[in-house]
Design a binder for this molecule. Structure first.
Ligand code: ADP
Length: 174
């Protein structure tokens, strides 16, 4: 991508199975506990230690990001963000953008080189996928202009359709 040395990539897969990535991002709930979707998969794969560490950090606000260890996951850190519930937490564009911006800032503060995001808020929280993707990519493109430690940002999509959508969008900005 122009103007930056940061590699942006999309993969189809499970956020809990990202090898060679320093930090994965959790689409958390405010209490930072096991839930459905991404949060359920991460807590199940990471093991009980994660919920314990999370208890001291909760609750978090919409758009906020906190960092923990990754326990049984093949990563070094988990960055937990709380996405906006579509139609409820407003302004939703700003709040969704804050999730990515705050996660990336926290990663930079911890000298993290690679980070993988799921599609925050697009599951149980109901954010329309295509609208969310626009916000994600514009936030990330702005951020990488000032990135120092981060060299790779991976988007992990659960369905073929979502993966294809990101892949096409990334091709457009490379
Ligand atoms: P939210 O509550 O923020 O909407 P969800 O976990 O319900 O979060 O879903 C966010 C997105 O992550 C959805 O697009 C969903 O399809 C996808 N997803 C669900 N499980 C996983 C997983 N294990 N790995 C990657 N993406 C996942």
């Amino acid at each position: 991508m122009s103007n930056s040395n940061v590699k942006l990539e999309a993969v189809k897969g499970d956020i809990t199975k990202q090898e060679n990535i320093s930090a994965i991002v959790n689409a958390a709930n405010a209490e930072l506990q096991i839930g459905s979707g991404v949060a359920g998969a991460i807590h199940t794969a990471a093991g009980k230690g994660l919920a314990e560490e999370c208890r001291a950090l909760a609750p978090i606000k919409t758009g906020e990001a906190v960092i923990t260890g990754a326990y049984e996951l093949p990563n070094q850190h988990i960055i937990h963000v709380l996405g906006p519930i579509y139609g409820f937490n407003k302004p939703e564009v700003k709040l969704l953008s804050n999730c990515y911006e705050n996660a990336l800032t926290l990663a930079e503060n911890h000298n993290i080189e690679s980070i993988a995001f799921p599609a925050i808020s697009t599951g149980a929280f109901g954010y329309p996928f295509e609208d969310a993707t626009e916000i994600v990519l514009s936030t990330v493109q702005d951020f990488i202009k000032k990135a120092h430690s981060i060299k790779k940002i991976r988007f992990v999509l659960f369905s073929n359709k979502d993966y294809e959508y990101y892949e096409n969008k990334l091709r457009g900005i490379k």
